[in-house]
Every structure is written in C-alpha cells, then in structure tokens.
Design a protein around this ligand. Structure first.
Ligand code: NAI
Ligand code: MG
Length: 352
C-alpha cells in the first residue's frame, strides 16, 4: 500500500522535527511493507515574508489530493503572531473540515512529571478539542482604536451541528477507553454560547448511557489537571479552552515538546493533518536540540488514522523505550539532539 503525504515543515523547529518524524515513518513503513510518497511544501511565515501569504491561493486545493498532511508549526517573531492561525492553521482545519482536534496526554516511562507523586497510570487521558468554531472564528471588529472611544469585539460561534458532531466523536472515543467523558466549559459565565453547547452535549449524552458523562468548569479543570489528573479519561471542550488546556497537558507530561495531535476529519472526505501541540519555538530553532517526540507521536496518530495500527503501536513503544532509557533532549534535562532521539526511537522499533 502507498500513502500520499503532504509534508509541511513550517518554520523554526519545524524544519528539524518534521524530518526527524519522517525518518521514523520511513523506518516503520519498511518494517510493515507499505510505502510513503511525500511532497514537501515550504509554506509558513518564511513563505509569507517572501510572497505575502502563508501558502499559495490554491494551497487548500493542492492538499485535497493527499491521504494526510504531516505538519510542524508555523510562525516567526518577525511575522505577527495572529497571522499564522488565520492564514494557515485555522484555514486548513476549517476548509478541510478537520473538526476534531485529538490531543492525548500521557506520561511516558522515565520522564519526571512536574506532578511528582503522579505515575504513568495517573496521567493518561485525551483532550478532544472542537476545532472549527467557538471562540476562534475570528469574527469581530475594532472600532476607533486610537481614540478614547476605542472598542473591540470578538464573536464566538457555537452551532448545533458543530456540537453534535464533536460530541458523537468524543462519546465514541470514550466507549473505546474507560467510558468516562468530561465536558469542560465555562457555561456559568458564557451563558449563551456555552450554555447552548452544554444543552446539546447533554442531549447527545442520552444516546450513550454506557458512558459516564459529567461537566466541569474550566477553572476547576485546570486545577484538577495538576491535583488529580487521574479523574480524566476523555475531555470534550471548545476551541480556545482546548488550546489552553493542551499546553497544560503538555506541561504535566513533562514538556510541551512531547505532545502529539491530530486535526481529524472523521468522515474522511478530505485529508486530516497531524502536528505537535506546540509552536515553532523560534527561541531554540536551528540548534538540533528541539524535542521531536511530539512530532513523532503525531506520526503514530497519522498512521493509526490511515489504518496502519501495528506501525502506530510500534512508534508508541519506540518512544516509550527511548524515554525509559533516559535518551532525552534539553527540555527534559537531557543532552541528546533532535536527530539522536529520532534514531533512538528507530533503533528501539527495530529491536521490538
Ligand atoms: P511554542 O510552543 O513555540 O514555544 C513555547 C516554549 O516551549 C518555548 O520556550 C519553546 O522553546 C518550548 N518548546 C516548544 N516546543 C518544543 C520542543 N519540541 N522541544 C523543546 N522545547 C519546545 O509557543 P510560542 O513561543 O508561544 O510561539 C512561537 C511561534 O509559534 C509563534 O509564532 C506562534 O504563533 C507559533 N505557534 C504556532 C502553532 C501552530 O503552527 N500550530 C501553535 C502555537 C504557536
Ligand atoms: Mg496552542
């Protein structure tokens, strides 16, 4: 079997961790007898500086002919931080109807979580972030900014269709795991948009009586991530809350550089996109010291999505063996390089 993969390194450490991830994908492909035909697209903030846009106008059309998109991160300090989301990440996620953002949180062997008394069994849950609407629809206005009357508004948008489809995805996922779903919102203050979200979520919950459903406000959820992460199995939440909580998830795993994710189009009418949860980390770019594990984990999520389950499982075992051995990058107080970690994961996979 051959898979057509669009590869978008993006900016900063994307240039280093994406090739590291590709080397792992190629190793498991060889082991399991499938092939990858990849095409590289040098899109992102670098592209913007040269051409005035993050990707060409036909970029989305181009991506549609692939089986999946393997992405690093976009953003450079000299380009406004609000641009990348609008012009690449958000655009791909919405135009390709990748309405599920799947973000697992898990403590790997040999890594010390900042939550000292917590073990691998305590930190093992998945954040399902609504990926197409909510607080991030970028519908708003700034009026009279440089006058005493300056005022700005952002509109958050929640639709019945949007909540129903993310709810069904989350409940089905909970069914495959420990059958527990926590709906995290702030509907006590965002009473319209998130009140409606809760209302629809609760309706859908009736169709899954075998899943223990509860809701929690995000302030409490943030504290619970730190104090009792073991209460979570699957979390379903909005676009912005999911964005923020996943960095906290990365932190309790030990480093932001460990988190992998999938922007998933469950209907598969368009390709899904797989990327680490972090950004382009310009502060450490170009030194071969970035942690590639989040990028490599994203490769496992991609292969699982494509149906290469054994290859995906091998990658997860490879990551775990690597961290267990103490092969760690600087963010985890180790001294291994980006390329050494990728090689260590490959070596572990080949000896499984
Ligand atoms: P960031 O996630 O890039 O970095 C935050 C901190 O975590 C930095 O200290 C960085 O060195 C560290 N870090 C992140 N990934 C790491 C890794 N793999 N290994 C070791 N350390 C790692 O977030 P920041 O600094 O807020 O944003 C930098 C740029 O990335 C901005 O232009 C931002 O817009 C963009 N960004 C892009 C995203 C995307 O393309 N999906 C997501 C988030 C931010
Ligand atoms: Mg984020």
């Amino acid at each position: 079997k051959n898979y057509k993969i669009a590869v978008v390194n993006g900016d900063g450490i994307g240039e280093e961790i994406v090739p590291a991830g590709i080397s792992v994908i190629e190793a498991v492909a060889k082991k399991y007898g499938f092939t990858i035909s990849k095409e590289n697209f040098s899109w992102g903030a670098g592209h913007y500086l040269k051409h005035g846009e993050f990707m060409p106008e036909n970029g989305i059309e181009t991506l549609k002919s692939f089986d999946a998109i393997y992405f690093g991160a976009v953003g450079l300090p000299e380009v406004d931080d609000t641009l990348p989301a609008k012009d690449y990440t958000f655009k791909v996620r919405t135009d390709l109807e990748q309405y599920v953002n799947y973000r697992p949180v898990k403590l790997f062997a040999g890594i010390e979580s900042p939550l000292r008394d917590k073990t691998e069994n305590d930190i093992d849950f998945v954040i399902i972030r609504e990926n197409n609407e909510g607080e991030f629809v970028q519908n708003g206005k700034i009026l009279y900014p440089d006058t005493p009357n300056g005022v700005a508004v952002d509109t958050s948008m929640v639709t019945r269709l949007g909540v129903e489809r993310i709810a069904h995805y989350a409940f089905k996922l909970a069914r495959k795991r420990r059958k527990k779903l926590t709906n995290v919102t702030k509907s006590n203050t965002l009473i319209y948009s998130l009140g409606f979200w809760d209302h629809v979520m609760e309706e859908v919950s009736k169709e899954y009586p075998d899943v223990a459903y509860s809701k929690m406000y995000v302030d409490n959820a943030s504290a619970s991530f730190v104090l009792r992460p073991e209460v979570f199995d699957v979390i379903v939440t909005t676009n912005m809350i999911g964005d923020i909580l996943s960095d906290l998830g990365g932190a309790i795993m030990g480093s932001l550089g460990l988190g992998g994710s999938g922007n998933i189009n469950p209907e598969n009418n368009y390709p899904s996109m797989f990327e680490p949860i972090h950004g382009s980390a310009p502060d450490i770019a170009g030194q071969n010291i970035a942690n590639p594990i989040g990028q490599i984990w994203s490769a496992a999520i991609m292969l699982e999505h494509l149906g290469e389950i054994e290859a995906a499982n091998d990658i997860m075992k490879g990551i775990n063996a690597t961290t267990a051995k103490g092969d760690l990058t600087k963010d985890l107080k180790g001294s291994a390089t980006t390329t050494e970690i990728a090689q260590s994961v490959i070596d572990s996979i080949l000896t499984l």
